[in-house]
Write a protein that binds this ligand. Sequence first.
Ligand code: MN
Length: 197
Amino acid sequence: MTIELGKLPYEQDALEPHVSARTFSYHYGKHHRAYVNKLNELIANTPLADLSLEEIVDKARESSSTGILNNALQTWNHAFLWDSMAPDGGGEPEGRLKQMIESSFGDVSSFKEQFALAALSQFGSGWVWLVQEGSKLRIMTTGNAESPLNTDSNPLLTLDVWEHAYYLDYQNDRKGYTDTFLEHLINWDFAAANLQD
Ligand code: MN
C-alpha cells in the first residue's frame, strides 16, 4: 500500500491573512509531500510496505529505524496540523474540553499563555501539543519529528514550530505566529473530537 498525501481540509488560501496560500504551497505542497514521498521510497519492497501509517510508526519505533520513523511521523504530524487549524477557528472551547482546560490550566487564557511559552521555549525545530493523559490535559513539546502519536499521551491538537511553518509570513517572529494561531486558527472542535473517555 502506498501512503497517500491527504487532501488539505480547506483551500490553500482559506486561512489568509493569518497563513498565506504561499506558505501552504511550500509547507503542504513541498514539505509535507516530500515526507510522504520519502517514506514511500524507504518502505518500498520491505515488510512495512503493507502497513498503515500508524503501524509503520510503531514498527519503526520498535526497531529504531530513524529515517523511516522521522518521515512517517512528519507525514502524520502534518496531517494532524492541518486539522488543528480552521478558517473559522479561534474563540473558546466548549463543554467537556472547556472543563478539562479549566481544571488543568486554570482558565483558557492561562492555557494560551502556557502554550505560547512552550512554543517560544522549544529550541530549534519541533512541535507543541495539547495532549490528554487520563482526566488531565498537558502541553508538551517535541523536537524535530517526535510526536505523541501512539504513546500514553493522546494528542488533541498541535502547532508546528519549524521555521518552514512560519518564515514566509512571520520571518523570525515565532511569537506572532503562535499568538495568531491561538487567537484566529485553533480548531477547538477538532481537539474536542480527539478526547478519549
Ligand atoms: Mn512543517
